[in-house]
Design a protein around this ligand. Structure first.
Ligand SMILES: [Zn+2]
Length: 313
């Protein structure tokens, strides 16, 4: 990448409200979508205040849920694409990108849990991809829900026509009854994954033709952390938790890829969370931190979609 240009890819995962199972309303109950109805318009209004160094507006990559859990609940995997079609089409016209965000679950004794069986995953991905195409959308970028991934998923995504994936959280490992996250050894920058280990760059002849672009990970420290911890950049995180890490990241890198959820900028939870703000004002503070740091370092800002990384290497 060109050293004096700083690329910013802002991504939004269009998940249901209360998607975070650690906040006690996991993926089981009835889904609510205040994030789409109220959160997205607020985000769009906020983003309108910004332009990059080339005079272009903010570009967003919207990762939208299309998967068999939605099919189970709403009878159509592409429920969100269809119900809010006008919104997504308007975003595409404005230069945003629509990406695919499948959560891979299965129902076991009335509870949705992570699907880990390769043959079922393959089938779920195939069916959901078909539903997307039939709904008139043809995404080339993806992000798997819950940061779950596997060799089989990477290969199946490639087979379906996905060219770029942004699921990796370098260094994050958590394998227990709720989560199955394993990004051990993953590099911080874009790579073509090995056929035999999705977490690592493949050597010549052992590469899957999907560019994996990891989320930017920065040092953060909340009041409940004993020591600082690398977390992904979420614009809804409190600015005072992220500011130093963000600035260090901008100093040492040539791109930033953030991830946010439309529900965590709304005051949906009646709690004062030390990390997640539930406040659109913090989104603005974080964007201001990013932009002013780039200006100080004389880096020219360019807003890009996730797919544009394909042309940056
Ligand atoms: Zn998600």
């Amino acid at each position: 990448m060109n050293r004096d240009i700083f690329n910013i890819a802002l991504t939004i995962d269009v998940d249901s409200d209360f998607f975070d199972s650690s906040l006690s309303q996991p993926m089981k109950g009835e889904m609510q979508w205040n994030g789409i109805e109220t959160g997205i318009p607020l985000l769009v209004e906020t983003f309108k205040k910004y332009k990059d160094s080339f005079g272009n507006p903010v570009k967003i990559t919207w990762f939208i849920r299309v998967d068999n859990q939605l099919k189970g609940i709403y009878e159509h995997a592409a429920y969100l694409l269809i119900k809010y079609r006008k919104l997504w089409e308007k975003f595409e016209e404005n230069g945003d990108e629509i990406g695919w965000h499948p959560h891979l679950y299965r129902k076991l004794e009335g509870k949705w849990i992570q699907e880990t069986r390769p043959s079922y995953i393959k089938q779920d991905l195939k069916e959901s991809y078909k539903a997307m195409i039939e709904a008139g959308f043809c995404p080339i970028c993806s992000r798997i829900g819950e940061a779950f991934h596997s060799n089989e998923i990477m290969i199946e995504l490639f087979r379906l026509g996905i060219k770029i994936d942004s699921t990796a959280m370098p260094g994050r490992v958590r394998i227990d009854t709720e989560r199955h996250i394993d990004w051990k050894g993953t590099p911080y920058g874009p790579y073509y994954p090995s056929m035999t280990d999705y977490r690592l760059p493949g050597k010549k002849g052992d590469r899957i033709g999907i560019l994996e672009v990891p989320m930017s990970m920065i040092e953060t420290k909340t009041e409940y952390d004993k020591k600082s911890l690398k977390r992904y950049v979420d614009l809804s995180f409190r600015n005072h938790v992220m500011k130093d890490g963000l600035e260090a990241h901008i100093r040492n890198n040539d791109y930033l890829l953030s991830i946010s959820h439309p529900s965590t900028i709304l005051p949906l939870y009646n709690i004062n969370h030390p990390l997640v703000s539930y406040d659109i004002a913090e989104v603005e503070k974080n964007l201001n931190t990013i932009i002013s740091k780039c200006n100080i370092l004389e880096k020219r800002i360019q807003f890009i979609t996730v797919s544009e990384f394909l042309y940056k290497k």
